[in-house]
Ligand binder design. Sequence first.
Ligand SMILES: Cc1ncc(COP(=O)(O)O)c(C=O)c1O
Length: 358
Amino acid sequence: MSPKRKLNFSSGPAALPEDVLRNAQAALLDLDGSGIGILEHSHRGKEFGRVLERTESLIREVGNIGSDYAVLFVTAGATHHFAMVPQNFLGAGETADYCDTGIWSGKAIEEARRVGSVHVACTSGPAYDATPVHQSWSAAPRYVHYTSNETIYGTQWAAPPRAPAPLVCDASSDIFSRPLSLDGHGLIYAGAQKNLGPSGISLVIARKDFIATGSKDLPPLSQYRTYADEKSMHNTPNTFGVYVIGEVVAWIKAQGGLAVMGERNAAKAKILYDFLDRSNAWKGHAQPHSRSIMNITFRGATKELEETMLALAEERGLSGLRGHRSVGGLRASIYNAFPAEGVHRLVELLDEVERGRA
Ligand SMILES: Cc1ncc(COP(=O)(O)O)c(C=O)c1O
């Protein structure tokens, strides 16, 4: 890691691989020897055409995604899909089931309720320290929505819920952090700014036959069908975002793919969870069976301890550890590109603060 760069624990936008940033730096001036930078190329030109094709084919290869699924790039964050999913799939007289595991699924539920009938099939509230074990599905849900990783509370589904309808997953904060399970899924959406690239663009992986069941009574850019039919090129896409995602996925492939990512991420998270389990001053929020390997949330014994730790961390180049404003405490977001060395440095500092030596 370059010595000038801080250890960035931000929950997103978040740390990206340095090799990717260097390639992007060069591509800003000159994409693939074309003499024109990535931000300057027409989206209809052959150079960007190659970028789009390469990004999609790398996503398919690394994610092991077959031709029954479409790979789409939507110029919007994950929040956009909170409304777009029910607008497309939740018709009059139908009910969609939602799993409530925290703030993000809460927002998805709120948006879906504006569109149609929603049944909350399970909840882990009010503590939101686990993913729910029991679900009570409605009679015939149109789809079942869940958030695979709750970025704010730091919980993660170990495996997708077993549901009686196509699953729709908000995978914003754990996409491509471990092998992807498409089983039972109609649609997966993910904002790119954690594991994949810049903010303001989302990746959608959706079954083609599920997309086909969506409403045709929406503006074109609100229909998943349009992105699938027009290869995400109905209008000018976020060309730079597509480029960076391609570079990040190429980096994942070079690291050994999603299985290696999953092992590495689990090992990184274990370093911190093991420390929290031993500590008398710091306590993890999530219950062991629901612990996120991406966002680790924890509290100090006192508010003063937390503030001391946060101030010292900033001084020592460990940035972005303050917990989300709605839950407080600390949160270490350790996505794919975050180095194991950074987790060791965090544990050392937490230990020093606990012993009053810092
Ligand atoms: C799980 C999850 N869903 C949705 C969002 C919202 O994403 P965006 O700000 O890109 O709309 C986030 C944000 O960070 C998130 O962590």
